[in-house]
Every structure is written in C-alpha cells, then in structure tokens.
Design a protein around this ligand. Structure first.
Ligand code: ATP
Ligand code: MG
Length: 248
C-alpha cells in the first residue's frame, strides 16, 4: 500500500504519439486520493487516450504515469494486471461481452479476481445492478439492452470490484437527463464515502460541476487548465471559460 497523502494518479510530462501525430503533448497533473477530476475538451483532443494511459492500455513515448506512487509505464503484463485490479474502467463504448448475460459480465471479473464465495458474488452483483437501476435486467443479454442501459451496465461492471480508482469515459453520454443525474448521484455517493478516486471524461458540464472537485481542460493534446469550476470560469482562455460554463 502506498502511504497516505500520495496522489492516486500522476502524469509527469506525458507525451503520446500515434505515428507522427502527437496526441498528448507534455501533459502533467495529479489526481489526489479521494478526489473527483472531470476532464473536458473537444472531440479528438486526447481525453480517452489519457484514461487508457492510466491503465496501461497505451504507453507514452515520454514521461511517467504513476498509479498510487508506482510508475506503470514499464510494467509487464503481470505488473499491469496487479495495478488494474485496483482500477474500475468504464470504456466510452461500455464494452460488454456480448455473448454473456449481464449477470455473467459482472460475475466473470468477480470470480476471477477475488476469492469471494458464490453467495457473496451473487449479492454484490444484485446490489451493484440495483445501484445503476438494472436490478431487474440481470439475466438479459447485452443485445437486449438500450444504449443507456449498456452504459449503466458498463458502469456496474467497473464498480463491482469496489475499485479504489474509477475511470469513466463519458458515463452520461446517450442518457436522458434523469438517468444521467442518477449516474451522477451514484458517482457522488462513491466519492462521499471518501475512498474512491474518480476520473471522469465528460461533455456534460452540469454533471461535471456537480460531481467534480476539479476540472481539467484538454485542447489539442495540451492541458489548457486544471482547477475548480469557479476558478476556470474566470480563466484567461476563452475555450476554457466556454467549456466549464453551464449553458442552457
Ligand atoms: N489506437 C489509436 N491509434 C491511432 N490513433 C488513435 C488511437 N486512439 C486514439 N487515436 C487518435 O488520438 C486522438 C485523440 O483520441 P481520443 O480518443 O483520446 O479523443 P477524445 O478526446 O476522447 O475524443 P471524443 O470526445 O470524441 O471521445 C484522435 O485523433 C484519435 O484519432
Ligand atoms: Mg473519447
């Protein structure tokens, strides 16, 4: 275990390229333990890439990515899977295993990564699905779920292992406002329990302001700003001001 006071996630001068395209350019920031950071920015600015770097799905050309103090950049698959056990990841596409029921999508990681009994696993699955409003859909196949339900199912799967770090790529996209705000309630609840560090990529400013302690703005692979909503509202950069302001 890392010592207290250590940030949960640190980017140190991270540069990521695809071919000769620089997608992240010398990005540095830290997410404190128990904090919720929302990453905002236009489409294609490197937000999803940033999250994928945090679980070692992508590797940077330069810089360090530290999870609870450990630089994960040069870890082998064994080392990475230990790190990933502490992290819940909701992909932008809410990637579910299409040939498995919702129940099995949650059961699989729980059975593989924990030593919990069948009964414990059963009750965790039900409780987690209840939390995201899918308690009655437990035995459905992903194809039977709507887009918003798939999103919530993906979130349930990320939460089932009770991760200390939750990374969520657009958890609200494609959801109606009511469901979207229920997801925000859930994320807020996690944060208020005080131990989950949350990094959310979102286009939903309203939710970001509710759930996030701070916001980060990416633009063309650079970190334009990071800070509290009230600070960024008065930022010198117009794009930052526009992205963090609530508009109806
Ligand atoms: N595996 C990859 N191979 C090549 N290019 C990639 C890969 N992943 C991402 N990119 C490129 O990196 C850039 C940033 O992509 P990213 O998915 O991080 O954008 P984003 O900020 O999440 O956008 P959106 O809001 O649309 O989801 C894009 O130009 C994308 O085409
Ligand atoms: Mg994305």
């Amino acid at each position: 275990m890392s010592g207290s006071g250590e940030p949960a996630v640190v980017f140190e001068s991270v540069t990521k390229r695809f071919g000769d395209r620089k997608v992240l350019d010398d990005v540095s920031f830290a997410v404190e333990t128990g904090e919720a950071l929302c990453i905002l920015g236009r489409s294609g600015t490197g937000k999803s890439v940033t999250l994928k770097l945090m679980i070692g799905l992508l590797k940077p050309e330069k810089g360090a990515v530290k999870i609870r103090g450990q630089n994960i950049v040069d870890l082998d698959e064994d080392g990475l899977s230990k790190v990933r056990r502490q992290i819940g990841f909701l992909f932008q596409s809410a990637a579910l295993f299409d040939s498995f029921s919702l129940n099995d999508n949650l059961e699989l990681p729980l059975a593989r990564m924990t030593k919990k009994s069948k009964e414990e696993i059963d009750s965790i699955i039900q409780a987690t699905l209840d939390d995201v409003g899918l308690g009655k859909d437990r035995h459905k196949m992903p194809a039977e779920l709507s887009g918003g339900m798939r999103k919530r199912a993906g979130l349930a799967r990320a939460l089932a292992l009770d991760p200390c770090i939750l990374l969520a790529d657009e958890p609200n996209s494609g959801l109606d406002r009511v469901t979207s705000s229920e997801i925000d309630d859930l994320l807020l609840g996690l944060k208020e329990k005080g131990k989950t560090t949350i990094v959310i990529v979102t286009h939903d400013v309203r939710g970001a302001r509710r759930v996030g302690d701070r916001m980060a703005v990416l633009e063309k692979g650079r970190l334009l700003a990071i800070g509290k909503a009230e600070e960024l509202e008065n930022h010198e950069n117009e794009l930052v001001r526009a992205l963090v302001s609530e508009k109806d």
